[in-house]
Design a protein around this ligand. Structure first.
Ligand code: NG6
Ligand code: CA
Length: 513
């Protein structure tokens, strides 16, 4: 078996493994006749392009992410599809542009399942290829059919869109229900104290952050986030009961890491004969930022910096686990973030006050929620020791492309036409990226082609004052050449009318109206 493995590795190191080529690894057979590596997607929440030291910042240390970057391909033009969470995750898991689905917007914690269960998602495609699949961490893509009974098996969940195993939070750390869900069940619920969730009204007699501000012993709300209070932290949404199931924010990193490691234990291909795909979706550094006490104060930047250091540590631990299990050289790791950075996202947590010289967006303009580059351009790294040659790549790649690319890797058909096969680029064998990409922020679209970015006119505020982020809205067309103007400081729409028309036409064609 080892010889076959070595041969397989040799054949696949220098050439992009096409559907017809056979791959052999210790993981067992896939449909393509060979076998394929384990795939680990490590996905942060709200981590900015400038938040990782491998991307040039010097104020925070992220040694474990840096190790992936220096041993793999560090993309300088890697994008999420969107500037917020739900649509980006939709794009990542379906390979479909989220703006095609009107409901792909930031969801409340009681939203119905957003992904059509008849779709061949990324995990379903991999399952077809023989993979065991798992999600551990943040979901935020809805559960159930609109009226979830949190005390029963949850139908229409992660398990129905391709995950064999699932250990998640329903939405975000700032939204109810503040519980973990393992497969179809809320973890740790007691029959005597059922859990109820509402985003319409509070449950009679229960306190909120408004009625009982003294309950906010850990963090206070700045905007939004003033409904139910749990663990001294006010949230969005109301909840009642379920006390024994409530998470402790401080432990969340350890809980998810523990579950991710346990999945690797239970699904080591040496045992199961099948490779695995794990989507490890960390909750940091989204608000509320509540790192474990052992990370508190480590960054000198307050909870946001500490949460990034904690999450970086988690990356190191999961990589260590792969090594211990003898899987490091047989696992393709893809690291990225769902959208760009934000400092004050609704809590008083010193993110602005203690920032110092740190630039979460690096040289980019905007941030989370923005149509400018920092909304969607994120750290994006691929790592596979012995298979990927360390390098920096300027190729234009998007999380949307994982479906087609991984389909190519495992010998399956690509189920998602928006998703482009970038396998050779992701493996560092080619520098050719996408020609163009449609970007989305809160339902508004921008368009990148070559090194030009077009932002059509949009009504609405140019600056979200509370979060202090420029939206990208303007009465005029904006055109930027990001090869020479990374920070999008110079709108060249008027200077380059021909380019502007060309970009407008190309965008119209790409968007299809
Ligand atoms: C916003 C929240 C913000 C964050 C975001 C979702 C308010 C005022 N702001 O509506 O705090 O939760 O939604 O973030 O409620 S995301 O990364 O999951 O998209
Ligand atoms: Ca996010």
């Amino acid at each position: 078996l080892l010889t076959i493995f070595t041969l397989g590795v040799l054949c696949c190191v220098s050439v992009s493994c096409s559907k017809t080529q056979s791959r052999s690894t210790q993981s067992g057979e896939t449909k393509s006749g060979g076998a394929a590596p384990n795939i680990l997607v490590i996905y942060f929440d709200d981590l900015g392009y400038g938040d990782v030291s491998a991307y040039g910042q010097t104020t925070l240390k992220t040694p474990n992410i840096d190790k992936l970057a220096s041993g793999g391909v560090r993309f300088t033009n890697g994008y999420a599809t969107s500037a917020t969470c739900t649509p980006s995750r939709y794009g990542l898991l379906t390979g479909i542009y989220p703006w095609r689905n009107d409901d792909a917007r930031i969801l409340p914690g009681d939203a119905p399942l957003l992904i059509d269960t008849s779709l061949v998602t990324l995990p379903k495609m991999l399952r077809k290829a023989g993979y065991r699949t798992a999600i551990v961490g943040k979901w935020h893509l809805g559960l159930g059919n609109g009226s979830v009974d949190w005390n029963q098996d949850i139908q229409q969940n992660t398990n129905d869109v391709g995950f064999d195993y699932s250990y998640i939070m329903a939405a975000t750390t700032d939204r109810t229900p503040t519980v973990y869900i393992e497969n179809r069940r809320v973890v740790g619920l007691s029959k005597d104290d059922p859990l109820f969730v509402s985003y319409k009204q509070n449950f009679e007699g229960l306190p909120t952050a408004i009625s009982n501000p003294e309950l906010m012993t850990k963090q206070k709300w700045h905007h939004g986030h003033n409904q139910s209070v749990h663990n001294g932290i006010p949230r969005i949404g109301f909840q009642k009961g379920g006390k024994s199931a409530m998470w402790h924010d401080e432990d969340m990193a350890d809980v998810f890491l523990g579950k991710a490691k346990a999945f690797i234990d239970d699904n080591n291909p040496k045992k199961t004969g099948k490779p695995f795909f794990m989507y490890y979706a960390l909750q940091q550094p989204h608000v509320p930022r509540v790192p474990h006490p052992r990370f508190v104060g480590r960054s000198g930047m307050g909870p946001r910096g500490d949460a990034i250091i904690e999450a970086d540590w988690c990356v190191g631990e999961i990589m260590k686990k792969l090594e211990e299990e003898g899987l490091a050289n047989n696992t393709l790791v893809i690291f990225s973030s769902d959208n760009g950075p934000v400092l004050n996202d609704g809590y008083y947590d010193d993110a602005v006050e203690k920032l110092g010289n740190h630039k979460p967006a690096g040289p980019l303009r905007g941030g989370k929620y923005s149509l400018f580059e920092a909304g969607t351009k994120v750290p994006f790294i691929t790592y596979w020791p012995g298979h990927i040659k360390p390098q920096v790549s300027d190729a234009l790649v998007c999380q949307l492309d994982l479906t087609a690319s991984l389909a190519q890797l495992v010998g399956e058909n690509n189920p998602a036409p928006d998703s482009q096969n970038m396998l050779a680029t992701l493996l560092g064998e080619s520098k050719k990226g996408r020609d163009q990409l449609v970007l989305e922020a809160s339902g508004r679209l921008a368009f990148r082609q070559g090194n030009y970015v077009l932002i059509p006119p949009y009504k609405g505020i140019p600056l979200m004052k509370e979060v202090n982020i420029e939206t990208g809205n303007s009465a005029d067309y904006q055109l930027y050449d990001i090869a020479t103007d990374k920070g999008q400081k110079q709108n060249i729409a008027k200077e380059q009318p021909k380019k502007l028309e060309e970009m407008k036409a190309a965008m119209q064609q790409a968007v299809g109206d």
